[in-house]
Design a protein around this ligand. Structure first.
Ligand SMILES: [Zn+2]
Length: 149
């Protein structure tokens, strides 16, 4: 599987044209962050920081981005979380999941910005509902296991 990757971060005013692999660049002024896809394919991932896109969490030492980053528009289709500078690889999505996520994402943005600001370029994010239901299933399974043990 993929080796564990620890990202460096840099706060910048402008996101540079040439990004270094393994560094996430954060511009507070433009409320955006950018990094090269963590799979190593060299594609540039732009994650706008705003209520309908990503949240940036900076704890003074590490950065996290929420929700996950799904690079469905790249050939690699990589999907991962950035948590405390570390990359947590997530399962790839099926075509249907991507389509569903995209529709929901666009819908959320239309509600927030009006229909004009729907960017097809931006990678879409994992939807919280999926994660929640996954967690819930695990919880139920745990309860069943406890019942029998
Ligand atoms: Zn990639």
């Amino acid at each position: 599987m993929n080796p564990e990757i620890v990202l460096k971060y840099q706060f910048v005013e402008f996101i540079p044209d040439d990004l270094e692999q393994g560094t996430i660049y954060i511009s507070i002024r433009f409320a955006t962050a950018s990094h090269l896809c963590c799979c190593g394919c060299g594609n540039k991932v732009v994650t706008p920081i705003r209520p309908t896109d990503w949240k940036l969490i900076f704890d003074g030492k590490t950065v996290s981005l929420d929700p996950s980053i799904g690079n469905w528009s790249f050939p690699c289709q990589s999907h991962y979380f950035i948590r405390n500078n570390r990359i947590k690889w997530a399962p790839k999505w099926s075509r249907e999941q991507i389509e569903r996520g995209r529709t929901r994402d666009n819908y959320a943005k239309e509600g927030y910005f009006g229909a004009s600001d729907v960017s097809a370029e931006a990678p879409i994010k994992d939807d919280a509902a999926t994660v929640e239901s996954r967690k819930m299933k695990k919880g139920i399974w745990q309860a069943v296991k406890n019942w029998f043990s």
